[in-house]
Design a binder for this molecule. Structure first.
Ligand code: SAH
Length: 375
């Protein structure tokens, strides 16, 4: 941030692209991860600092925005986890990146089934976006438990917990490495040959240091020339936090996101604007940037810290194991006018050609924790 501050105080307020260009001109190309971090999190102009990205009028639609059944089932799953832990009080329900809090509102609707659970419960939302915090506060105005906010998971109150993260990990920055002549080089963002060209991809002149090569999933480390791999160092940090937390109190962290069960090569950095894929290097801060989640790397990072891992399991199979089809049938019977809408929602969330296989669920728990439902 200090580099920014210097650039900002050196001249009139400029937009994020100008500031990034000035930084690259002064210090040289930056890693894709650094670019992504600035585009998403710059305090003044970053995407999450300034936008409400979700829903029909936003840039993308997420599972809880498609159907209330998604959050309700996860609410029942949470109740089950709490009961299996011996119904501890107080109990923390923590959500990472709650968006418009649609899922939390559906989770809490299911939670109302147990007055004892609601009495034990406090909700903590981990959110960086001031705009979304405002939306969340409105959505959860009638929550059956106190709701608080923190900006990082480490600051969430200690104690027995369930942690939820739907489409949270995909927006954490990735670093990219490309195999060239048998060595790994980091993929960078540089300035094009002229002012018109904007940002372009480049490769680091020097091969990656051994410590950086260690970031690359073991299965991909000997890939052929031309292969591109992505690593997400912040997943290690999240697993570190979970391991520390679960040492003192039981808990489960459920992540649902898009990405393969096994590490794969390929450039998956994408920008979405108004539901269309656009150039990730244009208009930083204006567009959502994500990259798929490597569930194998996540599971390895968790196991390396002694955590228990359930899954990954394809979203469709996970939801059905939680009783999605029965819930949809019951809802359709109660609301015959909604039957075709509900059928479409089930299809979008569970069909292999829609989100059913592209998205996976994984649960990370304290070592020795009892099995959780759905896996
Ligand atoms: N879970 C929601 C929203 C997904 S969008 C849903 O399924 O609809 C990603 C969410 O994560 C947004 O709320 C965004 O503001 C938040 N977010 C992104 N990066 C974050 C970070 N590093 N820390 C906390 N929240 C973050």
């Amino acid at each position: 941030m200090s580099e920014h501050d210097e650039v900002e105080t050196a001249g009139p307020a400029r937009d994020l692209a100008d500031r990034l260009a000035a930084r690259i001109r002064a210090d040289g190309p930056i890693g894709v991860g650094a670019y992504m971090a600035e585009a998403l999190y710059d305090r003044r102009a970053g995407y999450y600092a300034t936008k409400d990205p979700i829903g029909a009028g936003g840039d993308y639609v997420t599972a809880p925005e498609i159907s209330q059944m998604f959050g309700e089932l996860i609410g029942l799953w949470t109740l089950q986890c709490w009961s299996d832990m011996g119904a501890p009080a107080p109990f923390r329900l923590i959500e990472l990146g709650p968006g418009r809090a649609t899922m939390m509102s559906d989770v809490l609707r299911a939670a109302r089934l147990s007055a004892e659970f609601c009495a034990a419960l406090s909700v903590t939302l981990v959110e960086v976006s001031p705009a979304l915090k405002g939306v969340q506060a409105q959505t959860l105005a009638d929550a059956p438990a106190p709701v608080g906010w923190v900006d990082v998971l480490d600051k969430a109150p200690a104690g027995p917990c369930v942690i939820l993260g739907n489409e949270f990990l995909d927006c954490l920055p990735v670093r990219q490495f490309v195999r060239v002549d048998g060595a790994w080089r980091e993929r960078l963002v540089a300035l094009g040959p002229d002012a018109e060209a904007g940002f372009v991809f480049a490769l680091s002149p020097a091969p990656a240091a051994p410590g950086e090569v260690d970031l690359i999933p073991a299965r991909l480390r000997d890939s052929e020339d031309g292969a591109l791999v992505e690593t997400r160092p912040t997943i290690e940090a999240v697993m570190e936090t979970l391991a520390a937390r679960f040492e003192t109190a039981p808990g489960h962290a459920l992540f649902i996101d898009y990405g393969p069960a096994q590490s794969e090569i390929g450039d998956t950095l994408q920008a979405l604007q108004a539901h269309e894929k656009v150039d990730p290097l244009q208009l930083p801060g204006e567009r959502d940037l994500t990259a798929r989640v490597d569930f194998e790397a996540l599971a390895e990072a968790a196991r390396a810290r002694g955590l228990k891992v359930s899954g990954p399991k394809a979203q469709g199979a996970f939801l059905n194991a939680l009783g999605f089809e029965q819930r949809a049938a019951a809802l359709s019977a109660a609301r015959p006018d909604m039957k075709s809408t509900i059928a479409r929602q089930v299809l979008r969330l569970c069909d292999p050609d829609e989100m059913g296989v592209l998205f996976q669920a994984i649960c990370v728990s304290a070592s020795g924790a009892p099995d959780v439902a759905g896996f």
